[in-house]
Write a protein that binds this ligand. Structure first.
Ligand code: ARG
Length: 282
């Protein structure tokens, strides 16, 4: 009988072999899944969008008249119509993903979405991380207060508490200018905060302010007022990953076309929103 400790009975060797093979095949399968996920998450190019036949955009539908959730769960609004037109011009289907505003740009950068279409104001800070199309309209930040509030202008905001949306230019502006800020992930909650007196004022993009205040004032309860003094002027554009240069170039062609031929203005009119063309298009 062989008592050499190193020798392993035939059976066990087979058993170990089998286990080893199983482990290797599991590792291989895991690697394949990871590779597939990495390939899937690569930022979009013109070719990749055309190849999959789909443009996947991310939006935060708490921003009328640009994107709102309708009764059936779909997202409607000015930007959704623009996105649908762009997809149509590209000959691809449009898929709309609903995402918290402050997570959109990260998802665009890592390739989870082809574009961020969510009332994005073009800023130098954002341009470090994403590519913007040329702007299609101009907007501004507005101040909203409850009726009868002592705040009547920007100067009255000093020392007051202001609600803003997390990750928005309103948040950035208010923080950079030394205001006391309370950030909310949803605009609906930012509005609620001013309404119930948790904060003194709400800073939000002007057209959305007008729309949300109008809807609010139709209901019972405290009325809201949009102050006439705007805080900033901001161009809106669509955001893409840095790697999506050719896609942005193609979409810029459509944006210019739609600004020039009045398509954009007509969509604003449909939503009864005053349209200010971007500086470059004037
Ligand atoms: N224009 C502002 C910004 O770029 C706010 C946009 C908010 N958009 C939204 N869908 N909630 O930060």
């Amino acid at each position: 009988m062989n008592l050499n400790k190193c020798s392993v009975p035939e059976e066990t060797e087979n058993q170990e072999d089998k286990i080893m093979k199983k482990v290797l095949s599991i590792i291989l399968a895991m690697m394949m899944v990871l590779f597939a996920a990495a390939a899937f998450a690569a930022p979009a190019t013109l070719a990749s969008v055309k190849e999959k036949g789909e443009l996947v955009i991310a939006t935060s539908p708490d921003f009328p008249p640009f994107e709102t959730l309708s009764g059936d769960g779909s997202v409607t609004g000015i930007e959704m119509e623009l996105a649908a037109k762009i997809a149509e011009k590209m000959g691809v289907k449009l898929t709309v993903e609903q995402v918290n505003f402050d997570s959109i740009l990260m998802g665009v950068m890592n390739g989870s979405y082809d574009a961020g279409i969510s009332g994005f104001s073009v800023t130098e800070e954002r341009k470090k991380n994403v590519l913007f199309t040329d702007p299609y309209c101009m907007a501004a930040q507005a101040i909203v207060v409850v009726e009868g509030s002592p705040i009547a202008a920007k100067a009255d905001l000093e020392g007051k508490l202001i609600s803003v949306q997390t990750g928005s230019t309103a948040e950035l502006y208010c923080m950079q200018n030394g205001y006391n800020v309370e950030s909310y992930s949803s605009n609906v909650d930012a509005q609620m905060a001013v309404q119930n007196g948790t904060v003194d004022a709400w800073v939000i993009d002007d057209l959305t302010a007008a729309e949300m205040v109008k809807a609010n004032n139709k209901k019972e309860g405290k009325k809201l007022v949009v102050l006439s003094e705007a805080m900033t002027a901001e161009p809106y554009a669509f955001a893409f990953a840095k790697e999506s240069g050719d896609l942005v170039e193609a979409i810029n062609g459509y944006v210019h076309e739609m600004v020039a031929d009045g398509t954009v203005a007509a969509i604003f009119e449909k939503y009864e929103a005053p349209y200010t063309a971007p500086e470059a298009a004037k």
